[in-house]
Design a protein around this ligand. Structure first.
Ligand code: HH2
Length: 296
């Protein structure tokens, strides 16, 4: 058994994620830092709404050890009010222009085709879509671009209504896995290379707390969908229910969940608290290797 299979499990099917200007190695979990340029995100809404504040925050996340920045201009929390593509673009454009110049992998968290097209035109490396490229023209935009990486996430309905869609006929883990596998097949058949696709079960999106926990407890089964996984537990409400803490105080809970997700084979961890997550991953890595690596 190779070192990599031994450490990450056979559910890490691609050693690299081809993403725009980059090929990201997936041998160790990659930390994606969240930059919400929104007034209303559930855990950090309003904190980085002004472009300069968002850019400062992005720089801090990089210094803290993030390898990817995920820029978002719309809150997708349960019940969030939708914004227009125009508003969303106005929020993210100045931040995107700046961070793209830093020469690091940049992801844009959007479900709107217009925003995707503009972001890809500017040179965004990754499209992170909570609606898995189901908006009209989204898949075609990715195919035309041909170079971006993409994260396809599972959810049902719209953010405003998704918590009314938490009834799964059978087993939630199998249903999410099968849905992701089918969606990835559609995206591949349309012309997006397999090595560019990551999948995400969508923690907190049209799921009850118990369903979210099942998706972590049995995360390895999602490997059956055939692509590396991106997982986002950061500050989510299930962690609030477990700990009794409001979103800004869920750092320890988020790190615990991220570590469990990493141990179960997650390729990319989408987090707010980058420094703490990176430290936890360093400890995990040192234990696995039985040695203290130099801090870089
Ligand atoms: N979660 C959120 C937003 N985008 N993208 C992926 N791929 N996976 C996730 O779990 C995910 C996501 C929600 O978190 P956040 O961005 O912090 O909040 P908001 O949507 O309120 O801005």
């Amino acid at each position: 058994m190779s070192d990599q299979v031994d450490q990450r499990g056979p559910w890490a099917p691609f050693p690299f994620w081809k993403a725009g200007r980059f090929e990201l190695a997936l041998a160790e979990p990659v930390v994606m830092g969240i930059v919400n340029v929104t007034p209303d995100s559930f855990s950090d809404g309003g904190q980085h709404e002004a472009p300069q504040a968002a850019i400062r925050h992005a720089r801090q996340l990089l210094d803290d050890g993030a390898e990817i920045l995920d820029i978002g201009g719309e809150s997708t929390r349960p019940g969030a009010a939708p914004v227009t593509a125009e508003d969303e673009w106005r929020r993210i454009e100045p931040v995107l222009r700046e961070v793209l110049a830093w020469g690091i992998p940049v992801s844009v968290d959007t479900r709107r085709t217009e925003v995707m097209i503009r972001a890809l035109t500017l040179g965004a490396d990754i499209i992170n879509d909570v609606q898995a490229l189901q908006s009209a023209g989204a898949l075609e935009a990715l195919v035309r671009d041909g170079r971006a990486g993409v994260c396809l996430m599972h959810m049902r309905g719209e953010p405003a209504s998704m918590q009314a869609h938490t009834r799964y006929d059978g087993d939630v883990v199998h249903e999410v896995r099968d849905w992701l596998a089918a969606r990835a097949a559609v995206v591949r058949q349309a012309g997006v290379q397999a090595e560019r696709i990551l999948l995400d079960p969508g923690i907190g999106f049209a799921k009850t707390p118990e369903q979210n926990l099942a998706l972590l407890q049995r995360q390895q089964e999602l490997a059956g969908a055939g692509h590396p996984l991106l997982i986002g537990w950061s500050r989510k409400s299930t962690l609030g229910l477990i700990t009794g803490r409001p979103a800004p105080q869920r750092q320890a809970a988020s790190v615990a969940a991220a570590l469990l997700a990493a141990q179960a084979g997650a390729a990319v961890l989408r987090v707010h608290d980058v420094a703490a997550t990176v430290d936890a991953l360093r400890v995990w890595r040192a234990v696995r290797h039985g040695e203290v690596p130099p801090v870089v």
